[in-house]
Design a protein around this ligand. Structure first.
Ligand code: NAD
Length: 310
């Protein structure tokens, strides 16, 4: 049997060289072709892509694999109507994002970002006694306990933090000490030194953290968003940061990306801005290829797909 013909969309190169994916898929039951553009879909059964294009709807595709975990940019209803299955890359980012989040927490606790900021001026300044702390014994509240969330909770537990989590079904998770349901979000964040957002962006999670939730947080608390910009009301966040209602934020995702030059977030000393790179790792292509291989086998065997969204 000759297998499927899979196109690699040019946008994949935003995450890793498409040649890497081709190489990793080399001996899978598939013919892999590089696409020249959105509409270069002739003869393709499936597409691997970072971005969505309307041209996919008109093509004769049966499957789209998105190399991101979050597929909020894809029109799920349209794809369903067109009979195109959509799979995402959830499951691959737990280690990379978990490490990044632990890094943010350590920076805030140990003030590493401040020393780095002081280097251009050759400023040797020892911190005030109350500015530094250790993570052990501090509480982190992780909102959304999927791949990313558990990548964070297991690391937080490893450094001796108290771990709270927000989850729709209150099934216990070994690395989480206290579970809350989404209706108790303000209660869940109230005691935490760090609040970490790891939920998908959906109608239910849009602006999940707004003025009320920020007000419920401690004034020495830090917000970490590695989910999607739309999960936080960004204007309310800027207000809370400027008013000192919370101590700071580490943000990897924004309402508009790249973050515009005139955003006040660039200027705030207590904000760490990273360029939607929390999940970046040299292992990315290999991990995505493993997912695609799995689904190629499932398609061949007529089984349901892994990570299927539509
Ligand atoms: P996942 O599907 O493994 O986990 C998401 C979890 O959130 C699930 O357990 C789900 O039940 C839960 N959830 C959904 N709505 C909720 C709500 N209202 N309250 C509480 N929990 C809720 O996905 P993942 O791989 O962990 O990724 C999560 C999201 O993070 C993605 O959708 C994507 O938007 C984002 N992401 C960002 C990066 C980055 O580089 N910054 C990388 C990967 C993923």
């Amino acid at each position: 049997e000759d297998g499927l013909v899979l196109g690699i969309h040019p946008s994949v190169s935003e995450l890793f060289p498409p040649s890497k994916l081709r190489e990793e898929l080399g001996d899978a039951p598939v013919v892999v072709e590089g696409m020249d553009g959105d509409a270069d879909t002739d003869g393709l059964d499936g597409v691997v892509t970072f971005t969505y294009s309307e041209a996919f709807l008109d093509a004769d595709l049966q499957w789209i694999h998105c190399v991101l975990a979050g597929v909020d940019a894809f029109p799920l209803d349209d794809l369903e109507r067109a009979g195109i299955r959509l799979t995402n890359s959830s499951g691959v980012h737990g280690d990379a994002v978990g490490d990044t989040v632990l890094g943010y927490l350590l920076q805030f606790a140990r003030r590493l970002h401040v020393y780095r900021d002081n280097e251009p001026e050759r400023t040797w300044r020892y911190p005030d006694w109350h500015e530094t702390f250790t993570l052990s014994g501090e509480t982190v509240c992780v909102v959304g306990l999927g791949t990313l969330g558990q990548g964070v909770t297991s690391r937080a537990q490893g450094v001796g933090m108290d771990v709270a989590g927000v989850r729709r079904t209150p099934t216990p998770i070994p690395s989480v000490d206290d579970l809350y349901t989404p209706d108790a979000l303000t209660e869940a964040v109230a005691d935490a030194r760090f609040v970490v957002l790891t939920v998908p962006l959906s109608e239910r999670t849009r602006d999940l953290v707004g003025a009320d939730e920020l007000a419920a947080m401690r004034d020495d608390a830090y917000l970490v968003n590695v989910a999607r910009g739309g999960v936080v009301d960004q204007d309310a966040l800027v207000d809370a940061l400027e008013a000192g209602e919370i101590a700071g934020a580490a943000l990897d995702v924004f309402e508009e990306e790249p973050l515009p030059d005139d955003s006040p977030l660039w200027e705030l000393e207590n904000v760490i801005v990273t360029p939607h790179a929390a999940g970046a790792t040299r292992d990315y292509a290999g991990r995505v290829a493993a997912l695609i291989r799995e689904n190629l086998t499932r398609i061949r065997d007529g089984d349901s797909l892994a990570n299927q969204v539509v």
